[in-house]
Design a protein around this ligand. Structure first.
Ligand code: CUA
Length: 495
């Protein structure tokens, strides 16, 4: 009987330690990988160009509204008037400006300018044609195209109005993660996350408690029973029933508590409800692609609030991991198979989204835009998700090829490897490349024309170039015909 109690005690202690170690590693892994808070660099308005003619009295570059008329500076860039005046009478302005300040407005929304008597707004160039308000006047304008529109005033103030689609304003917001929450984690906005937080803090608390209890006991006993000259060691007691029962029963209760909450939470986390909004996720080095039910694709994840969302995820190349800290969701993404994640967002906002599995050189830059912004998770207000799907679908069909190519350059992650400013990154730059002869690894040369660009997107390794690793993934089946043409048009435009 006595050896039985000893063995049971030993097994229980071993199991408890193993469990604590496993639970600690498992429970804390999400906190370890939490990215250090990074200041999200907000997209900067393009620097105002040096004023060429800006003195009071000298005429500004362009004050006429005739941006689209033949004979103006860049008629081909402006197929239609970008900034149009609308009646302020029964309009509800989305934004009101009362001075010549920088601002961000939603494309196609009504913007009201109500200027004090001393300042006016004068467009800086043809691009801003139409952005003109006299001092002390009220005027309503509508920006029909995305862009940065520079202006100045007679009082020598300068400013820029950035027009973006309303959903692009949301993704460019500062992430809400850092408001609320605590040292370890941002505040959860996932309905199913509450118990996982309880588990996390329980395991953390138990680990800290037992660390100090055990280490303290060790130090105390080492000091108390240290060797002293002239003293013989006393024989150890063979067993102690009360002690062995205590260290069996208490850890058992702890393990049962951890198992019960761990298991029930785990089952809920891996079992999405059947009626969920389903979004396909494709990850590659180094971008995300989220495909929605109506075919809209984006490199930011947009989801509705108060609705279960299920992600069906796979990778084009290597292991990645989908991690949305506010949702307490982290799931590996594996090539050639599908993994799943789901959450139930409870609060609209813009949240951090990151890859939590080292996937190569630009792992930390996965989903980064040209503005230095990372891919985000946007939880829309009720109705916003449907509006996003409809507006985004309409936008990609109406964009001119060059603009479509420019958008895809970011949204498909081309920017992770190719620059448009002439510098080399993982891949060759796109600037000034079209029409040139490029050397190949087999010693021959090829002309960079439409066919070569198309082949490089579909079969990237067919004609590889020296000095660049053959690591580009194929975009076969992931670019529509008009999208391929858009990217070619964009490369052509980068002279
Ligand atoms: Cu993808 Cu790290």
């Amino acid at each position: 009987m006595k050896p039985m109690i000893r063995y049971t005690g030993t097994i229980a202690v071993t199991a408890m330690v193993a469990w604590a170690v496993a639970a600690y590693l498992f429970g804390s892994s999400s906190a370890d990988a939490q990215p250090a808070p990074q200041p999200q660099s907000q997209p900067q308005a393009i620097e105002p160009p040096a004023p060429k003619v800006d003195g009071p009295g000298s005429p500004p570059v362009a004050t006429s509204n005739a941006g689209a008329e033949a004979g103006s500076a860049a008629p081909s860039e402006l197929p239609a008037r970008t900034i149009v005046e609308v009646s302020c009478d029964n309009a509800t302005p989305a934004t009101t400006f009362t001075g010549p300040v920088d601002g961000e407005v939603a494309t196609d929304s009504i913007v009201k300018f109500a200027l004090p008597p001393s300042v006016d707004i004068i467009p800086d160039s043809q691009t801003s044609a139409g952005l003109e308000v006299k001092a002390g006047r009220t005027k309503c304008l509508k920006f029909t195209k995305d862009g940065v529109f520079l202006f100045h005033s007679s009082t020598k103030q300068r400013g820029a109005i950035t027009a973006r689609q309303w959903y692009d304003i949301l993704v460019n917001k500062q992430v809400d993660d850092l408001k609320g929450g605590n040292f370890w984690m941002p505040k959860a906005v996932n309905l199913t996350a509450d118990d996982s937080d309880l588990m996390y803090y329980a395991v953390l608390g138990l680990s800290i408690f037992f660390f100090f209890a055990i280490a303290g006991a060790v130090v105390f006993l080492v000091v108390k029973y240290r060797h002293r000259p002239g003293r013989k060691p006393e024989p150890s007691p063979a067993h102690n029933d009360a002690l062995e029962i205590t260290w069996t029963v208490i850890p058992t209760i702890i393990c049962v508590f951890l198992f019960y909450y761990g298991w029930t939470t785990y089952v809920r986390v891996v079992t999405p409800p059947t009626k969920a909004v389903e979004i396909n996720v494709l990850a590659w080095r180094w971008n995300w692609q989220f495909t929605h039910s109506n075919g809209v694709q984006d490199s930011d994840l947009h989801v509705p609030v108060n609705t279960p969302v299920r992600l069906v995820m796979t990778s084009k190349d290597v292991l990645h991991s989908f991690y949305a800290p506010v949702m307490r969701v982290k799931q590996d993404i594996v090539p050639r198979r599908y993994t799943y994640a789901w959450f139930f967002p409870t609060k609209p906002g813009t949240y951090r989204l990151t890859c939590a599995e080292y996937c190569g050189t630009n792992h930390s830059q996965m989903g980064i835009t040209n503005d230095g912004r990372r891919a985000v998770l946007v939880v829309h207000e009720p109705g916003g998700y449907e509006r996003y799907l409809a507006d985004k679908a309409a936008q990609s069909t109406k964009l001119p090829p060059v603009d479509l190519g420019k958008m895809l350059y970011e949204k498909k992650g081309c920017n992770a490897c190719h620059t448009t400013d002439g510098s080399a990154r993982v891949g060759p730059t796109w600037k000034g490349a079209f029409g040139t002869m490029v050397p190949l690894t087999d010693g021959t040369q090829v002309k960079m024309d439409e066919s070569y660009i198309r082949e490089s997107m579909i079969y990237p390794q067919a004609k590889s170039r020296p000095g660049f690793p053959p690591s580009m993934p194929s975009f076969e089946g992931q670019l529509k015909e008009n999208e391929i043409l858009g990217i070619i048009a964009y490369i052509k435009s980068l002279k």
